[in-house]
Each structure stands twice: as C-alpha cells, then as structure tokens.
Design a protein around this ligand. Sequence first.
Ligand SMILES: [Zn+2]
Length: 217
Amino acid sequence: MTHYPDFKIVAEQLVQTAQWASRMGWAPATSSNYSVRLPDDAAPAYCAITGSGIDKGTIEVEHILAVDQYGKPIDAEGLKPSAETLLHLLLYRTMGAGAVLHTHSLSAALLSHVARNEGQVQLSGWELLKGLSGIDTHDVEISLPVFPNSQDMQALSTHVEQALSNQRPCYGFLLAGHGLYAWGKDISEAKRHLEVFEYLLQCQREVTQHGHSANTR
Ligand SMILES: [Zn+2]
C-alpha cells in the first residue's frame, strides 16, 4: 500500500462505487474496473484502482491498489492492477479526469456492437442529458465515441488518446461489444456521468429494439 495517508478513504469510495455498479448489473463475472486519481503529494502513487479478477459484488478495501503514472503497482501485496489500467491513465493524462469508471453493462455492450461501424452512439432529446456537466437542456446532441475493442492495451490506449484529444467536452466512450468508460473531475461527478450514460444507453436500446434507429435525430 502507498504511504499516502488518505489511501484508505479513497479505497473505501472505490469499494462503494464498485459494489453499487455490481448491484446495478453493470459488472458481470469479475468484469469492470474503477479508479481515482491521487493528489500529487501521493507520488510516485498516481491513482488507486481495483485489482484484476475481483468480484465487484464482494470487493473489499484490500482489493484496491495504487499504481504509478505508467501503471506499475506500488507495494501491491500480491494484487494485480486491472488489465485496462492504461486506459484509465490516458483519461487522467488527456482529459483531466479525477475518477474513471468502466462498466460492462448489457446496454453498453449491445449498442456499441451495433454501432461499431458508425463509430459513435448519438444521444439527443433526453431530459437526463442535463446530468452531464455543462449541459442545461435536453435539446442537445451528445456523441459517445465507439472504438474497436482490442486485447492490445498499449495500442488501444494510444488510439483512444489520439481520437479523444480534440473532443471537448467529453465524459465517456464505448469499446465495441465490450463496455463503457465514464469519468468526471471527481468520483461523485464520474458516478453521475456513469449513471446518465447507462440510463440513456438503456433508453436507446429500447428505442432500437422497437424498430427505430439507434440515433434519435
Ligand atoms: Zn472492460
């Protein structure tokens, strides 16, 4: 464990968030991962993240570890960081995130699979869009980028970093047939954004299943 004195508080927030996402049905079969950026005085620890292969329904504080800015574990006591740690790191580096939450919900997997060639899922006309920071009307069009899935995390994180660098504001993206990444300036904003996207993806899924376009333009 890192020397950072408030690490346990951060770890507890991550445990609560991971268990909540599990209860919502967004984290089947040990999937999904969650992290919080640590303050500069925690260096070389850079962020706290859930360990790999942990059931998020029964996750505990002991399953949270610190990694440095390259994703290397710091005094991890047998824990392995999530395989997708590099994607979390790029969002801290590139998008100014303070917390990153990644889920494997059915709606995210399904809609990103359907939209894999289009490269985006567009969300418009929904009242809950106002849950995203800086949005104060339903009358807006938000594009959720869809990137091809890959097991090569280095190549995938480079690709996503380049693609997101000119997207502002942006609080989420999808990996095709895989799941959703959502983030915010801190964990409460990230949770709100995650809940907004999951709800709206479910709305889009219902619209799609009833024979309309995935986009509501
Ligand atoms: Zn994943």
